[in-house]
Design a protein. Structure first.
Length: 111
């Protein structure tokens, strides 16, 4: 797994590439907590994420929980059908705003 952080407008974007499983979930969790501690609008680009395990899903749950407590906006973008199905089965889609692309997510964020 590789996570790249960048800025687009008023949002911090995190691009996740590769598999998110128990071997990398802790590193992802620390990265999302770091970003959530300093930014209000976060877009997570999942276009390059091919798989997410239950350990990886925990990182997203933590991100959603922290965001809700701080009134932050979290959007997921570019999710593949396979990853989307995992999020749907897990009941996590309702925790996030979902967009087809990073650009659409950034455009929809509050200013």
């Amino acid at each position: 797994m590789e996570v790249t952080e960048s800025r687009i407008g008023s949002a911090t974007t995190l691009k996740i590439v590769g598999r998110v499983d128990s071997s990398v979930a802790k590193a992802l969790e620390q990265k999302v907590l770091d970003v959530a501690s300093r930014d209000g609008h976060i877009v997570v680009d999942l276009g390059g994420m091919h798989y997410v395990s239950s350990a990886g899903l925990r990182s997203f749950i933590i991100l959603a929980k922290n965001a809700r407590a701080k009134n932050q906006t979290i959007a997921l973008a570019g999710m593949s059908d396979e990853v989307g199905e995992i999020f749907e089965i897990s009941g996590l889609l309702e925790l996030f705003q979902i967009y087809d692309s990073v650009e659409a997510a950034v455009a929809a964020l509050p200013r």
